[in-house]
Design a protein around this ligand. Structure first.
Ligand code: PGA
Length: 245
């Protein structure tokens, strides 16, 4: 079970101490099967890597530039630099970045450059409310997958995160039956298209210590991508404990 903390634009040097209790939890036998990954902002990557060294917790970045090498791109960071900072994972295709210009083509370039650096990708996909209302969900998701993974043959370093855009930061989660069906369809599509047996599909969007009790019932889901609730260690731990129990 994956528990990925997406800190977004949150956190300072002090907040790193708050993950102490999560590190402690990860050492307990019962929680060994919880794969915990922190994705802090770039400014804290190095500190997080140092803090989690010799633990089972891994670190990921939240995005990267498409360009593989150094270049004149003010304000940007590439996959090579992220790898060099000690990250093993990277989130790509988050709807907050799709919103500010990331097209499927740009996402494809970011994924390729991250795979070249041997980073594991947390590839976000999901429909907007308008697309859902227009019954375009499957079409949108399948296109995101196909275009995002264009020319990529091996997808064993890719973890899919299904995040309906209307669920992110809204406290609204899909109806359980709908979510179960959607994850089933996504897995079916990935299996068929890429000839893989067990693709990993996570759910993300307003996961919190309350709704986790229902979300955990969907056994097809391989874990959760957690935003706001992961910024609070108590809530994050609560989510992990309730899922694993
Ligand atoms: P949220 O964010 O848990 O705050 O809804 C999830 C995400 O954006 O990955």
């Amino acid at each position: 079970m994956y528990f990925i903390a997406n800190w977004k634009m949150f956190g300072n040097l002090k907040s790193i101490n708050s993950i102490k209790n999560v590190i402690n939890l990860s050492t307990k036998l019962k929680y060994r099967k919880a794969k915990i990954i922190y994705c802090p902002p770039y400014t804290l990557l190095d500190q997080f890597v140092k803090k989690t060294i010799k633990t089972k917790i891994d670190i990921g970045a939240q995005d990267c530039h498409t360009h593989q090498n150094y270049g004149a791109f003010t304000g940007s960071i590439n996959a090579k630099m992220i790898k060099n900072a000690g990250s093993k994972f990277i989130i790509i295709g988050h709807s907050e970045n799709r919103n500010t210009g990331d097209t499927n083509k740009i996402i494809n370039l970011k994924i390729k450059s991250s795979l070249n650096e041997k980073l594991k990708i947390i590839f976000c996909i999901g429909e907007t409310l308008k697309e859902k209302k227009n019954k375009k969900t499957n079409q949108v998701i399948n296109t995101q997958i196909k275009k995002g993974l264009k020319d990529i043959k091996k997808i064993n370093n890719i973890i899919f995160a299904y995040e309906p855009v209307w669920s992110i930061g809204t406290d609204i989660i899909p109806e359980l039956d709908d979510l179960r069906n959607q994850v089933k369809k996504i897995k079916f599509f990935i299996k068929k298209t890429y000839k893989v047996k067990n693709p990993l599909v996570l759910y993300g969007g307003s996961v919190n210590p309350k709704n986790i009790l229902s979300l955990r019932e969907i056994s097809l889901i391989n874990g959760f991508l957690i935003g706001a609730a992961s910024q609070n260690s108590k809530k994050f731990i609560d989510i992990i404990k309730k899922t694993i129990n």
